[in-house]
Write a protein that binds this ligand. Structure first.
Ligand code: CAA
Length: 240
């Protein structure tokens, strides 16, 4: 039986590349999305991958969404918590809503999804959870106290849940992407982005497929001894 995988935010950007990479590994993939139905339909037409709409920041919606995927495709073996948003601004200009949205969606989404799938993975003694963190959760970033806090939280969440899953065959890992050529990064003002790219030793933005490759490894059968780790894929921008 093919493994069943859910990729949150899986119809665009890094998530789309991850959905495709897991499909190429022979998995049955469900790509979750929160927003644009038209774009999601185009994604399904393009890739043959089913798209499911729910908000990962909503606990009940995650329970319902994951149950629906399991009913349609089978028990969920793999979850990639990729969905995330930015609400950038210096703390002087950051509203409480900008803070709460990012914590609820980026960090809360990981908890909500794990609550929905972790019990079944434990019972079946096999699971892979990959959480997409960020270089900005490791190093901080001017204008992103909300995003850096949520992504940093994801790295702690990963190490804690990895300890709970280890004996039951459930690995939990994180990837910390650097600046990747996606709509999210394209939204950074051009002059600011230029300065950021100048500090990337590899000398360019990353490609979504370069993140997906790492996710595919962590989700593979052979990845079973890797747990609680963070794989940085950032062109050398942050080394430690
Ligand atoms: N360090 C120190 N000072 C900085 C700075 C930095 N990194 N960046 C800007 N400043 C300074 C500016 O020089 C400026 O100083 P002066 O007033 O003396 O000229 C001051 O801070 C104000 O800066 P801005 O004009 O940029 O302020 P703003 O309010 O217009 O915009 C901002 C602030 C929205 C945060 C904008 O700087 C910005 O968008 N920065 C990019 C944030 C970023 O990298 N986001 C990543 C999004 S992609 C992502 O998150 C994916 C991932 O995981 C990597």
């Amino acid at each position: 039986m093919a493994r069943v995988a859910i990729v949150t935010g899986g119809t665009r950007g890094i998530g789309e590349a991850i959905s495709l990479a897991l499909k190429d590994m022979g998995m049955t993939v469900a790509a979750n999305y929160a927003g644009n139905e038209e774009k999601a339909r185009a994604f399904t037409d393009r890739t043959g991958i089913a798209a499911y709409k729910w908000d990962v920041g909503d606990y009940d919606a995650c329970q319902e969404g994951c149950a629906k995927v399991a009913a349609d495709l089978g028990p969920v073996d793999v979850v990639v918590n990729n969905a995330g948003v930015t609400r950038d601004g210096t703390i002087l200009k950051m509203s409480r809503e900008m803070w709460e949205d990012v914590i609820r969606i980026n960090l809360g989404g990981c908890f909500n999804m794990a609550k929905a799938v972790f019990p079944g993975m434990r019972e079946r003694k096999w699971g892979r959870i990959v959480n997409i963190g960020s270089i900005n959760g490791q190093a901080g970033q001017y204008g992103q106290v909300n995003y850096a806090a949520a992504k940093s939280g994801i790295h702690g969440f990963t190490k804690a849940l990895a300890q709970e899953g280890a004996r039951a065959g459930v690995t939990v890992n994180a990837i910390a992407p650097g600046y990747i050529d996606t709509d999210m990064v394209a939204a950074v003002p051009a002059d600011v982005l230029e300065k950021i790219v100048a500090k990337i030793p590899v000398g360019r933005l990353g490609q979504a497929s370069e993140i997906a490759r790492g996710v595919a490894f962590l989700c593979s059968e052979e990845g079973g001894f890797v747990t609680g780790s963070t794989l940085s894929i950032n062109g050398g921008q942050h080394m430690y």
